[in-house]
Ligand binder design. Structure first.
Ligand SMILES: [Zn+2]
Length: 276
């Protein structure tokens, strides 16, 4: 389904978006790093990470990470620590190119690289999954490091993608601000990330919906729900059941409408969802 508020996706310059991310991150985390004058992202250190690995991953210099975070000794990088990566892009700009071989299928490439097929289709602007030709180059994106968990634990089947489409009931070309996943009525819906319920209830279009606010300027929205199991102002943990899916609002069949917003703007959730 769709979000009907006219929220024009103005192409404000990429730079201003990046700067906004930095500003919001600084405020949200309460960290004051005076030396940060550049754009970048926040990164949560994971098991086995070294500053060298992180620098290589984001194609930035090792020194710039040390400087931006005032790190004297690399031994002080512990799991869960938040590092500012100056110059890194907030979305996974980076990835690798793969040359299609005879007999390759998109599903096989997707599985081999741990990437959802729908992500490859979208990122490569393919019309369908069986449009591959030998020697064609396919972009394999790196998934966003702070990925969101799938909102349901059933096999996710995408029934409507993010972007322009002909609206199924309104019969006109409209922007679809989320992903639609097939789901039988009553399927458990989980918080994709920990956060606070900022809105829930009924709205035309969405039907019963829940909006969760997360750190870093992110929000997730779950629409067409059957039963809501959370209340406004409540904190939820990633993986906690927040609702049962349904077919409420402007919907042509039981499914979950899932959105991710970043600093108030919708983004394509496929870039953030960890579907592996
Ligand atoms: Zn939808």
């Amino acid at each position: 389904m769709c979000q009907y508020q006219t929220q024009p996706l103005k192409d404000s310059s990429a730079l201003s978006i990046v700067i906004a991310v930095v500003f919001v991150s600084l405020v949200a985390t309460g960290q004051s790093i005076a030396s940060v004058k550049t754009s970048g992202i926040w990164y949560h250190v994971r098991k086995g990470d070294t500053v060298w690995d992180i620098a290589r991953k984001y194609k930035v210099s090792h020194n710039s990470i040390l400087k931006a975070n005032r790190i004297q000794s690399e031994k002080r990088i512990h799991i869960g620590k938040k590092l500012f990566i100056p110059g890194a892009f907030p979305e996974h700009k980076y990835g690798t190119w793969y040359r299609v071989k005879h007999g390759d299928t998109l599903s096989r490439i997707a599985v081999n690289h741990g990437i959802p097929v729908s992500n490859l289709v979208w990122r490569n602007r393919l019309k369908s999954a069986d449009q591959l030709q030998a020697n064609q180059k396919i972009f394999i994106p790196n998934l966003h490091p702070s990925s969101f968990a799938p909102p349901m634990r059933i096999k996710l089947v995408l029934t409507s993608d993010y972007g322009y489409r002909r609206h199924p009931t309104l019969k006109k070309r409209m922007f679809h601000y989320g992903l639609d996943f097939r789901a039988r009525k009553g399927t458990r819906v989980y918080a994709s990330k920990s956060g606070k319920i900022v809105r829930s209830g009924w709205r035309s279009g969405y039907g019963n919906y829940v909006l969760i606010k997360h750190v870093g300027g992110f929000e997730t929205l779950y629409g067409h729900l059957y039963i809501i199991r959370v209340k406004n102002e409540q904190y939820v943990k990633k993986g906690q059941v927040i609702a049962l899916s349904g077919n409420t609002g402007r919907s042509t069949g039981p499914h979950l409408h899932f959105e991710i917003r970043k600093n108030g703007k919708n983004v394509n959730p496929i870039h953030y969802l960890n579907l592996r």
